[in-house]
Ligand binder design. Structure first.
Ligand code: SAM
Length: 354
C-alpha cells in the first residue's frame, strides 16, 4: 500500500498522568504556554484531484468517515473549552453530501465565551461555484481555495483533472460574489515546477481581488519526494513578487501563519506561509480531528489519539472533554522539519486534512 501512514503506524494514545488533568478545564492549553482556539476537522480523505505534489495518483481514500453528528459533538465539546474557529478540510470537503446542513449546525454553536464560531473551509474549489452561496447562507464565514498555477494547462497537469482551472476560477468568483471575503487562494510552491507562477499569481491577486498566499512545500506528500531543495523559500518569493510590483509588509495577528504584504499602490494583498524556513510553531493554536476520529496535535505528529474509540465506547461529554484537554497537553513544541531527528508524520497531508 505504498508509503502513506497506515493504521498500523498509528500508535495508541499515551496514558496521560491523571495529575495533569484533574477535572474538566474550560480552556485548552498545552505545556508550552499555548492556548488552543482552532480546530481543524477533516470530513473525508477522499479527493477529486490528484495533485502531483500531494498524491501518488494511484492511491485513493484510506480512512473511514464519521457521521456529521459525531463531528458536531466534538465541535460542541471543543467550543465549550474555548475553540473559537473551526476549519473544515479533507481530502476534499465539498465532496461530502450534507455539508451545507452540517455548516448550518456548526454555525449555531456558541463557545464558552458566548461567541458564535468562526467557520471556514479549505477546498480545491472544483465544486465551489454551486456551493459558495448555499454555504454562505448556512453560516460559512470564509473560504480558502487551493490553486497551484494560474496557467490553465499547468493547472490541469498539476491536478491531473482536465478542465479544472475554469471550474476553480468560477468557484473563486462565486465565493467573492457570495461575500465569503476575504477569499484566500493558497499556492504551494515546488522548485522547478511552479515557481514561474509567482508573478502571474501576484497579478491574479490584484485582478481578482483575492489574497494569494504562497506556501512552502512541506514533507507531507504520499510519494515522499520532499527534500530541502524542493522548497521555494520566503526571500525568493518576495524577490519575485517585488520584481513584478513592490510590496510593503503589514502587521499580522499573533497566531496568523502568513506574513502579509500589500502592493505599494494599495491594490491587492499577498501572503507567504513560510512553514519550513520560518516556522510559527510557538504561536500555533491548532488541533486537528482526522476524518476517522483521531486527534492530532500537530501536522507532523507521529502519534494520534483515538477520540472516536472513546466516543463509541460510551464516554460522556465530560469524559471526552477531559480526554481532549489531556491530549492537548501532549502537543509537540515544534515540527522539527530539517532537523537531524525529524521523523515524518504518521499520515500524509490528504489523509490528515490540510
Ligand atoms: N482539498 C482541499 C484543498 O485542496 O484545499 C483541502 C485539503 S488539501 C490537502 C489542503 C492544502 O494542503 C492544499 O492547499 C494543498 O495544496 C496543501 N498541501 C498538500 N500537500 C502539501 C505539502 N506537502 N506541503 C504544503 N502544503 C500541502
Amino acid at each position: 500500500m505504498g508509503l502513506i501512514g497506515s493504521s498500523a503506524q498509528i500508535e495508541a494514545s499515551p496514558v496521560i498522568p491523571a495529575a495533569l488533568v484533574k477535572e474538566r478545564p474550560t480552556r485548552l492549553f498545552d505545556t508550552h504556554g499555548r492556548t488552543i482556539t482552532d480546530l481543524r476537522i477533516s470530513i473525508t480523505d477522499r479527493c477529486n484531484y490528484k495533485c502531483i505534489y500531494c498524491r501518488t495518483g494511484t492511491m485513493g481514500a484510506q480512512f473511514p468517515e464519521l457521521s456529521f453528528a459525531e463531528y458536531l459533538r466534538v465541535a460542541k465539546i471543543g467550543a465549550s473549552m474555548g475553540i473559537a474557529k473551526i476549519r473544515l478540510t479533507g481530502g476534499e470537503p465539498l465532496l461530502r453530501a450534507g455539508l451545507v446542513d452540517f455548516v448550518r449546525d456548526l454555525a449555531r454553536i456558541r463557545n464558552v465565551d458566548g461567541n458564535l464560531l468562526d467557520i471556514a473551509i479549505t477546498t480545491n474549489g472544483h465544486l465551489l461555484a454551486e456551493l459558495a452561496q448555499p454555504l454562505k447562507d448556512a453560516g460559512l464565514r470564509r473560504v480558502t481555495v487551493s490553486m497551484d498555477a494560474v496557467d490553465e494547462e499547468k493547472f490541469a497537469a498539476i491536478t491531473r483533472v482536465p478542465g479544472s482551472y475554469p471550474k476553480v476560477l468560477a468557484g473563486v468568483r462565486a465565493a467573492k460574489r457570495a461575500g465569503l471575503e476575504p477569499v484566500k487562494v493558497n499556492c504551494v510552491l515546488l522548485r522547478g515546477f511552479n515557481e514561474d507562477q509567482i508573478a502571474p499569481f501576484a497579478r491574479f491577486a490584484r485582478e481578482e481581488g483575492v489574497v494569494v498566499r504562497f506556501i512552502e512545500f512541506m514533507p507531507l506528500e504520499e510519494d515522499r519526494v520532499w527534500s530541502p531543495e524542493t522548497v521555494v523559500r520566503l526571500p525568493e518569493v518576495l524577490a519575485q513578487v517585488n520584481q513584478y510590483q513592490p510590496v510593503i509588509e503589514i502587521e499580522r495577528g499573533v497566531s496568523e501563519t502568513a506574513r502579509r504584504f500589500v502592493f505599494d499602490d494599495g491594490e491587492g494583498e499577498i501572503g507567504i506561509i513560510a512553514s519550513v524556513s520560518n516556522a510559527f510553531c510557538n504561536h500555533c493554536s491548532r488541533i486537528r480531528l482526522t476524518s476517522d476520529g483521531k486527534l492530532r496535535t500537530c501536522l507532523f505528529s507521529t502519534r494520534e489519539h483515538d477520540l472516536l474509540g472513546r466516543m463509541r465506547s460510551g464516554a460522556d461529554d465530560e469524559e471526552l472533554a477531559s480526554y481532549l484537554a489531556s491530549v492537548v497537553m501532549t502537543k509537540e513544541e515544534g515540527h522539527r522539519i530539517g532537523e537531524p531527528d525529524f521523523v515524518p508524520a504518521s499520515r500524509t497531508m490528504v489523509h490528515i486534512g490540510g
